[in-house]
Design a protein around this ligand. Structure first.
Ligand SMILES: Nc1ncnc2c1ncn2[C@@H]1O[C@H](COP(=O)(O)OP(=O)(O)OP(=O)(O)O)[C@@H](O)[C@H]1O
Length: 363
């Protein structure tokens, strides 16, 4: 397994780099550390597959370098990069048996027969393919075929990294959950450098040590699931991660306060130094961090618009002044029908300038 560095990467499919808005990848600098599991997360068209295909060599980047353990592999063809890649749909030989399909990447590399047998048996056991080994792939269902594709991706121990491009799309939801758990275990057992492309945040957050969030050809934030959740460095990440996403309240700095429609909050001196008076900002708070203010002298009044049950809690759609917000409320808390006070715990109340995080109100 290898450390993979993406250095000043830009990519345009039509070769025209002069219009930054039209680039599939704008300016990407990233390091994927050896042995870690990464998710590459973002909406459709943000450049995830392009990034993966550039790492594996299926696509040649327009500018920038790809380094595997310090060696520039930009000009190496796919087969020389030693990468295993698993795609959205099964890629296998229908006329071969499951066993032959799993053994194929090893036979290709002329591994000794004993070792091939051992590794195929190991991978088959991990993915519950043992009983199917002698069956022809052509007679199997989509989920079983995709398991074989996963197995073919995992069977080699000498690869620099294993790249997964939305590999569980064709799998039923309950099998998906099980396979995701297995992939996580396999990663822990085998110490793989794993890059997993998905647009499903729960898949990304459960599978990966670190998540790279992309939008419109750019990396918006790379961090642990907790960092992305608690400290989104950009409003896009706050919105994209979480269900519902983070609340954002437009506000402006006025002296020692942040003033917004329907109320104000104190602006800590540590933050006010980097802000000019009258500057437009956004306050960000997760729905589960908003609190019912039971102090008796509430400063900020919220109006309840609608309640949405969510199992052991519900999401209350509120309005504070002109802004719509969501608040997660435990099942056993009853919200008053009349306007009620809400409070913003300073540690969990974040401030954004030009959509970038500048700190929390506990600063
Ligand atoms: N072969 C291609 N030729 C021209 N444009 C392409 C090609 N492949 C991708 N693009 C464009 O590059 C941009 C990034 O696409 P990419 O497939 O990398 O995004 P993605 O995040 O993987 O999307 P999805 O989740 O829908 O697969 C998009 O605007 C897409 O239309």
């Amino acid at each position: 397994m290898a450390q993979i560095v993406i250095d000043s990467l830009r990519h345009s499919y039509d070769g025209n780099l002069s219009d930054p808005g039209a680039l599939a990848l704008k300016q990407v600098d990233l390091t994927w550390e050896d042995g870690r599991a990464y998710a590459l997360l973002g909406p459709s068209g943000c450049g995830k597959s392009s990034m993966l295909n550039i790492i594996s060599g299926l696509v040649r980047q327009s500018t920038g370098r790809i380094l595997f353990d310090g060696t520039d592999v930009s000009d190496l063809p796919t087969e020389k990069r030693n990468i295993a890649q698993v795609f959205q749909f099964p890629v296998l030989y229908d006329t071969m048996t499951v066993e032959q399909n799993l053994a194929f990447p090893l036979k290709n590399r002329r591994l000794p027969t004993d070792e091939i047998r051992r590794r195929v048996a190991d991978v088959a056991e991990m993915l519950d393919l043992g009983p199917l080994l002698k069956k022809r792939a052509s007679g199997l269902g989509a989920a079983e075929k995709q398991k074989i594709s996963l197995g073919r991706g995992l069977v080699r121990s000498d690869v620099a990294a294993v790249l997964f491009d939305e590999p569980l799309t064709v799998i039923d939801p309950h099998v998906k959950f099980e396979l995701r758990r297995k992939l996580k275990l396999l990663h822990e057992e085998l110490g793989l450098t794993l890059i997993y492309v998905t647009h499903d945040q729960s898949e990304a957050l459960t599978l990966a040590d670190e998540v790279v969030v992309m939008a419109e050809g750019e990396v918006m934030q790379a961090g642990t699931p907790e960092q992305l959740y608690e400290r989104p460095s950009h409003t896009f990440v706050g919105n994209f991660i979480g269900s519902p996403g983070m609340n954002f309240i437009p506000c402006r700095a006025e002296g020692e306060r942040l003033v917004f429609s329907g109320g104000s909050l104190p602006l800590p001196p540590a933050l006010s130094r980097s802000i000019s008076s009258g500057q437009s900002l956004k306050i960000g708070i997760r729905p589960q961090h908003l609190r019912l203010d039971t102090s008796g002298t509430p400063q900020i009044a919220a109006h309840l618009i609608e309640l949405q049950p969510r199992g052991d809690s519900y999401v209350a759609d509120l309005r504070i002044g002109e802004t719509a917000l969501a608040m997660r409320v435990p099942d056993d808390v009853a919200l008053p029908a009349a306007p009620f006070g809400v409070s913003f715990p300073p540690k969990h109340t974040l401030l954004y300038a030009d959509d970038s995080l500048i700190g929390d109100l506990d600063a």
